[in-house]
Design a protein around this ligand. Structure first.
Ligand code: FES
Length: 100
């Protein structure tokens, strides 16, 4: 695991989600009221791009069929017990770093 700079706070405003590619992995980033979280970009249903979903508080809704996940824990709200991978995030100044 290594901390890699993936974005800055200037391009991830509160309430926004986006997809970044780090070391060949697609990661979804989320800004929940100024706190940054990261999960795999691939929805547990059919690999939909979670970084293009809609974020409300700490819940991302997949743009394909609407499954929902808690971006902090990775827990699926639609299918209890299911989880997606989460990554540790560090913010240094304006830089967002993810442990991948
Ligand atoms: S791929 Fe995400 S809900 Fe179907």
């Amino acid at each position: 695991m290594a901390l890699v700079k993936v974005a800055t706070l200037d391009n991830l405003k509160p309430g926004e989600a986006r997809t970044v590619i780090v070391s060949g992995k697609e990661i979804a980033l989320y800004n929940v009221s100024g706190k940054i979280f990261a999960t795999t970009n691939a929805c547990a249903h059919e690999q939909g791009p979670l970084g293009q979903g809609s974020l409300e508080d700490n819940v991302i809704t997949c743009p394909l069929h609407g499954w929902q996940f808690d971006v902090e824990t990775g827990s699926c709200r639609t299918v209890p017990g299911l989880k997606i991978e989460t990554y540790r995030v560090e913010v240094r100044g304006k830089d967002i770093l993810v442990d991948v």
